[in-house]
Ligand binder design. Structure first.
Ligand SMILES: N[C@@H](CCC(=O)N[C@@H](CS)C(=O)NCC(=O)O)C(=O)O
Length: 214
């Protein structure tokens, strides 16, 4: 049985598991209560961030790496284009850009807004992080002008990666998405796999509901 520790970006992992129809259990990690009070989780990830997974003898962190592991270990799955498919390069690019370019940048804008003293919220670092998010988003927008999904005509795991980042920006940073991006997110989250993941991720569901959003 695969155990997923924590929601947050763990939502990507749960969404993927639901799309693949794999059995798992979600073990909550309460970041706000402080991971220092959760020695069982710290034994899994001493760096104290989520998500992590445990699958038999395998323990891993990093949501995109976890997704790649699960698809390689339990595939084949249509969520990954064949390496000879012309879509494969775009798939790889956006799978990683969803985290390294988008979520990782906007995350620092969000935590500054939530946790930093007011005088430190708007600083060079957070402005640079927001600019980085906006610049990477141009690649997403251009691709969506060409194809309905981020790597082409079909939904792939890269859409899980990018959709999560766009929703994070909208929900937690109040970032205004363009119509083409909003339509894309709506397409991705209309999937049954997304709905099942939302039902499984109680903390995410409650947070989204508290904001009156989808
Ligand atoms: N690149 C990592 C980012 C992980 C990350 O920053 N997770 C956040 C919550 S979604 C977290 O636990 N932050 C607390 C910390 O970094 O100490 C991934 O994709 O899994």
């Amino acid at each position: 049985m695969i155990t997923v520790y924590g929601e947050g970006r763990g939502f990507r992992v749960v969404w993927l598991l639901e799309e693949m129809g794999l059995a798992y259990r979600l073990r909550p990690v309460d970041m706000l209560a402080g991971v220092e009070n959760d020695p069982e989780f710290l034994a899994i990830n001493p760096a104290g961030f989520i998500p992590a997974i445990q699958d038999g003898d395998v323990t891993m962190v990093e949501s995109i790496a976890i997704m790649e592991y699960l698809m390689a270990r339990y595939g084949p799955t249509p969520l990954v284009p064949d390496p000879h498919d012309p879509a494969f390069g775009l798939y790889q690019q956006f799978l990683h850009l969803g985290e390294a370019g988008l979520a990782a940048s906007i995350f620092f804008v969000i935590v500054a807004k939530i946790l930093a003293p007011e005088a430190e919220q708007d600083n060079w670092g957070t402005r640079k992080a927001l600019d980085t998010f906006k610049s990477r988003l141009k690649l997403v927008t251009r691709q969506l002008e060409r194809t309905p999904y981020i790597a082409g005509e079909r939904f792939t795991a890269a859409d899980i990666s990018v959709t999560y980042a766009l929703q994070l920006a909208k929900r937690a940073a109040g970032f205004e998405l363009a119509e083409i991006e909003r339509a894309y997110v709506a397409r991705a989250i209309a999937r049954d796999g997304y709905k099942r993941a939302m039902d499984a991720c109680g903390a995410t569901k409650a947070w989204v509901a508290s904001q009156g959003g989808e």
